[in-house]
Design a protein around this ligand. Structure first.
Ligand code: KIV
Ligand code: ZN
Length: 516
């Protein structure tokens, strides 16, 4: 396709992605992901919901100040306080967008908002006008548009475009839409709304029926020119449309789509790894584009075909989406300068020389145990619980486990709680279970373990295991991570990391719960 139109990629990993259970991120973590998204040439980065908490506000502000090539967006309900907070958080942005929304489906208007449709239109128009006091780049979303009356959507969208909205977003909030039907809705809206040409039409699809990408692509085929998506398809419940799948579908099929993105696709795999290690959401091996098996050919017939001609079984090249980026970079003889340079290339920045020295020391320890160190090992060094652990309440001092055929495994653990060393032993169904029980007997935290998963960061039996532990207490959910060549130690680190996060997790508002 010559001169394809531009498809705007709006990434919401830092906002909707963060609404996944336990995926909340610190300011530093958001900054690292935002820099990776900017490097990938994402058009719009939705950095958070500034009114949710002081931490969220600070994170959006920090991203707005750090990113210059992408537009930085803040979410706001159609409320004065939300919009003011978003406007303030985005003040330092080179290019800032306010994304305001209100629900439009009968069920949401009646049950959640308890507002009449006329009042919803009035509030939406007021919100867009108010947001325009801060920026010319205002996006309006009709929450639950997938279940809204198309007539009502036409009415509210026409009104908000008149009020100054420059992007009109059609979210399938609950993942209810079907591809052909959703595409048709977009086409009809764009045809029927008289001022539709003054705004970019966008979609935001959830994956409850596994159709988020299909629905997004159908919308693109029918005229949408912005897709809201997340790295690895992270997001509320079953997640959002996955950025990598949308981008590569459009790029691989220029014969079908009349548009393309500005994305540097070689940054896809590194970004996927980064998001996975920060949030603790592993990528399934058979996940399209970024799964470990996405480009692995196992059957002899396939391998033979690929060796003779790549196109036989490959529609994309692994290196085009960044698979070659996980380079073997270092070994035990690598020096501090080489280490610092590679960390900079990976956008891993240190707050001080002490921090760099600490991670370099742990890199050396790892290099003693593991012959080859890959980029993913380096990333794990900083997402691992040990990094910046000096401020944490609970620290792992030592762990000893005994596991023997025919015997009940037992663990002896020493941890420091608020600087005071305490020890305990426990029996368990396995060494990890025994370790968790020993730690729990010291902390007495009454948590519920919701998820435990182990992932090998690289290949080989000396690979580091990256463990995610999800804990819940009184409705609050956190993910803890730990990495180590010994997976029992990695598990204990992850368990302690989750406990530390539970102790810190601040109260924050959820954008889609509450009054407006
Ligand atoms: O799913 C949704 O409707 C949202 C809106 C806030 C855009 O995330
Ligand atoms: Zn959403």
């Amino acid at each position: 396709m010559s001169n394809p139109e531009r498809l705007i990629i709006f990434d919401t990993t830092l906002r909707d992605g963060e609404q996944s259970p336990g995926a909340s991120m610190t300011r530093e973590e958001k900054l690292r992901i935002a820099k990776a998204l900017e490097k990938m040439r994402v058009d719009v980065i939705e950095a958070g919901f500034p009114i949710a908490s002081t931490g969220d506000f600070d994170a959006v502000r920090a991203v707005a100040e750090a990113v210059s090539d992408s537009t930085v967006c803040g979410l706001a309900r159609a409320l004065e306080a939300d919009i003011d907070r978003a406007g303030e958080a985005l003040r330092g942005a080179n290019s800032g967008r306010i994304h305001t929304f209100i629900a439009t489906s009968p069920i949401h208007m009646q049950q959640k908002l308890r507002m009449a449709p006329d009042k919803v239109v009035e509030q939406a128009v007021w919100a867009v006008r108010h947001a325009r006091n801060y920026t010319d780049d205002v996006e309006f979303s009709a929450e639950d548009a997938g279940r809204s009356d198309p007539e009502f959507l036409c009415r509210i969208f026409e009104a908000v475009i008149d009020a100054g909205a420059t992007t009109i977003n059609v979210p399938d909030t609950v993942g209810y839409a079907m591809p052909a039907q959703f595409g048709e809705t977009i086409r009809q809206l764009m045809e029927r709304i008289p001022n539709a040409h003054k705004a970019v039409f966008s979609v935001h699809c959830h994956n409850d029926l596994g159709l988020a990408v299909a629905n997004s692509l159908s919308a693109v085929k029918n005229g949408a020119r912005q897709v809201e998506c997340t790295i690895n398809g992270l997001g509320e419940r079953a997640g959002n449309a996955s950025l990598e799948e949308v981008v590569m579908a459009v790029r691989t099929r220029p014969d079908y789509f009349a548009c393309d993105t500005a994305l540097d696709a070689t940054q896809i795999v590194p970004s996927s790894r980064l998001v996975s290690s920060i949030t603790g959401f592993p990528v399934q091996p058979n996940k399209a584009i970024v799964g470990a098996n996405a480009f692995a050919h196992e059957s002899g017939i396939h391998q033979d075909g690929v060796l003779k001609s790549r196109e036989t079984y490959e529609i994309m090249r692994a290196e085009d989406v960044g698979w070659s980026h996980n380079r073997m970079v270092m070994g035990k003889h690598s020096g501090r300068n080489a280490f610092r340079t590679r960390m900079q290339e990976l956008d891993i920045l240190f707050n001080s020389e002490e921090e760099l020295n600490d991670v370099f020391r742990r890199f050396k320890e790892l290099a003693d145990k593991k012959h080859e160190i890959f980029d993913d090992d380096l990333r794990a060094l900083v997402t691992d619980a040990g990094f910046r652990a000096e401020h944490e309440r609970i620290k792992l001092i030592s762990l000893k486990v005994c596991s023997e055929t025919g015997e009940t495994p037992h663990a002896g653990v020493v941890i420091a709680v608020d600087g005071e060393e305490r020890s305990a032993t426990a029996l368990g169904g396995g060494p990890v279970d025994a370790s968790f029980k020993a730690i729990e007997s010291i902390i007495g935290s009454r948590v519920r373990l919701q998820l435990y998963s182990v992932n090998a960061i690289t290949s080989g039996t000396d690979a580091q295991g990256e463990v995610t532990v999800r804990l819940e207490r009184e409705g609050r959910i956190v993910n803890g991570q730990g990495a180590d060549t010994d997976i029992v130690i990695a598990s204990a680190k992850a368990y302690i990391n989750a406990h530390n996060k539970l102790a810190q997790a601040p109260e924050r508002a959820h954008p889609q719960q509450g009054d407006v």
